[in-house]
Design a protein around this ligand. Structure first.
Ligand code: ARG
Length: 249
């Protein structure tokens, strides 16, 4: 009887997971030309995280994507809709992660210096940083090659998902103390970033407003996706950029 029950439950789970549309978490494919600032951060040559192009030799990603590691194991692929082929692949020469990146993912941001400059063009371009945190209800998009659902495979092709900025109080209600002032939340029913999207950009009104950081599972109705708040962290980012540039010369 018990065995039957287990069988029933697992087949229901199988059927329902098949019932979820091919591309999730609620996303659709997008070409790199329409999001030329998107980069894939490779670790040992394989897709590891997302990143956003800040300038021809700097990209921004999440601190948790690069903590405790040597720059030499990372590179970025830019100018390609795919993580495995095309575009330009450039090695990372320096990592500057936020000094106060905490165990609960506060200040989840890092700036990476590239060994050689990217060739900018129609599919490789930088994105400006947001000056202010977008208001609750603003629409935004998040992009990446991450998982198409919780514990699901990743996507070979770049996906976009439209989400709305969530009220901070509501997000505090979901995550409690974990949520710090350097974080911003975004969600929409059945839509979210997921594992492998970390470090990638949340974009609103043409500027970088967030960096994919964490979430409870993916597209969970009670738990929005959490992002590093770029406008809040902008002073740190600009300082990091200066420190990297002065080390280089
Ligand atoms: N921490 C994940 C990563 O390393 C990103 C999770 C984002 N999750 C979410 N539900 N928005 O790729």
């Amino acid at each position: 009887m018990f065995v039957h029950w287990i069988f029933l439950v697992s087949s229901v789970t199988l059927v329902s997971s098949k019932g979820i549309p091919g591309r999730i978490v609620g996303g659709h494919t997008v070409s790199i030309q329409s999001v030329p600032w998107q980069a894939s951060l490779l670790k040992f040559g394989r897709h590891w995280c997302g990143a956003a192009i800040y300038s021809e030799d700097l990209v921004i990603t999440a601190a948790h994507c690069v903590r405790n590691s040597f720059p030499g194991i990372y590179s970025v692929r830019v100018g390609s809709t795919f993580t495995t082929v095309g575009g330009q692949v450039v090695r990372v020469s320096q990592i500057l992660a936020h000094e106060d990146f905490g165990p609960s993912f506060s200040n989840d941001i890092a700036v990476l210096q590239l060994r050689t400059s990217l060739k900018l063009g129609s599919s490789v371009r930088s994105i400006p940083l947001a000056d202010s945190t977008p208001k609750a209800g603003s629409s935004a998009s998040v992009f990446g090659w991450g998982a198409i659902g919780h514990e699901k495979p990743t996507s070979q092709s770049l996906l976009e998902v439209e989400v709305d900025i969530v009220d901070k109080q509501r997000c505090l209600g979901s995550y409690g103390q974990v949520l710090t002032k350097d974080m911003i939340c975004a969600a929409a029913p059945g839509k979210d970033a997921c594992s492998g999207d970390s470090g990638g950009p949340l974009v609103s009104n043409g500027s970088l407003v967030g960096i994919v950081s964490f979430g409870m599972k993916c597209a969970h109705p009670d738990y929005p996706g959490v992002y590093a708040d770029v406008a809040q962290l902008k002073p740190w980012i600009l300082g990091a950029v200066q420190r990297l540039q002065s080390r280089k010369n």
